[in-house]
Design a protein around this ligand. Sequence first.
Ligand code: G4P
Length: 534
Amino acid sequence: MTMETTFQHALAAAIAQRRTFAIISHPDAGKTTLTEKLLLYSGLIRTAGMVRGRKGGKVTASDWMGMEQERGISITASAMQFPYKDAVINLLDTPGHQDFSEDTYRTLTAADSAIMVIDAAKGVEAQTRKLFAVCRMRRIPVLTLINKMDLPGRPPLDLMTEVEQALSIHASAINWPVGSGSEFVGIVNRADNRVQLFSRTAPGGATKVEVATMTLGDLAKSARVSHEALAHVQHDLELLEIAGNPFTREGFLQGEVTPAFFASALTNFGIENFLDAFVDLAPSPGARQADREDGSEMSVDPIETPFSAYVFKLQANMNPKHRDSTAFLRVCSGRFERDMVVKHHRLNREVRLSRPHSMVAQERNTVEEAFPGDIIGIINPGLFAIGDTISTAGGFNFKPLPQFQPEIFARIRPTDVGKRKAFDKGMWQMAQEGTVQIMRSLNDLESLVGAVGRLQFDVLQYRLRHEYRVETVLDQLPYTCSAWLEGDLSTFKPPSASMMVKDRRDRVVVLFGDNLMKTIARDRNPEHILRDMG
Ligand code: G4P
């Protein structure tokens, strides 16, 4: 074998191992608990529970840091890497709760698949819908985990129907729960009708569960399950056989069908089964679409194309003494090595990637090499903007990242009119970094900002104050959704309670009081297109 083919084989093997994914869910559905169980079943932690800092608290940087030092897990503020059986997992962080922002959406663009966690009592909730819409647009395959089966919840068949109707996707049950609430004792794998019966080993699922595998006939003889529950499972399984959606991996990869699993992340019931299926089904990093310099399209193959990556997130340093930020790159092709010199396509210059790191809070750990699907952080002295492509070969740009529909809007102005210049400069920079979206009224007289989460406005005002010495007044506007307008502006009939503005690329954006107004606008203006993503 030549050196080159040996290198390509090693690269192909590293790529085949990788699963780069994000968890999409509504707050409290169980994302943190599932993450913790991934670590438990990967063998990185022996007792679950340590990921939570305090009661009700989320994963904290210091918890991760301790774990990283102990176990050599590579964690960034944006992604966490660890082995699971034969796979190398890159779990992207999708902040929810108060941190929900455009970054959450943009992070999804760096994922090759997503796990959608649904609370069995609540069904498909608002934030899940929004994140799912991004997966659909980016053609990211989605696995569904119906969680909290140990609590009283809705009937499994209802939940399957809701996923299908709320998200317009076929759902195909890979397993089915035996019992529910306190009677949830196992799952049936539909492919072979084998039952996994679980026994709790420690309170709160701190350690792995014991699993007994058996047939449905054996299960009937077990004292663990009531006749009623068993009859229910058999009835549901027969119904699914006749009326359920078949599962094909092709359909899953195309985003047409989502494989659905039932589990309880808290007690670990069904979790290992799910994780194994995830590693089996989820795709490893594939080719990504890009535009050549002459405008023609090309596909960037992870093996054939030498190193390339793009910036999907910038994280500003909140410490005013350190102005630099971190640019998070997703490696798309080839092998990354520390200190490599690459082409920065937008700036048309070379840059040395000399301090690549994974990062936990202020602690930085140097990364020596990385492969397609991996995430690396680079200190950004103002060189990188969201969507930038870097590579060793040059000659193409990855498709620009979409802008996501803002849902909160405000007028903003400097308190001191004399600070207008610094204000404009700061706003331009914040928009470039994707902190907020900047807009102007159609007559150019007013500055507006749009965001997905309130936190983005707080960050904007904080950074304008500390980095540009500009105090600002922000008046929130009564709009809750928006769309990019395509078509003749003079013939567009806006509904009441709407406003038309321009984005920073001079595209017209319509702001609506609510979604009903947006639907009315679409109905009234069939000749126009109102896009949710720009
Ligand atoms: P999130 O990251 O998606 O926001 O959710 P998280 O995992 O933090 O879970 C939210 C709450 O739901 C937590 O309870 C968690 O223990 C609980 N939970 C998660 N999965 C399951 C499950 O399968 N079954 C049951 N019964 N509960 C589950 P909490 O009381 O808010 O937090 P804590 O006090 O337990 O830390």
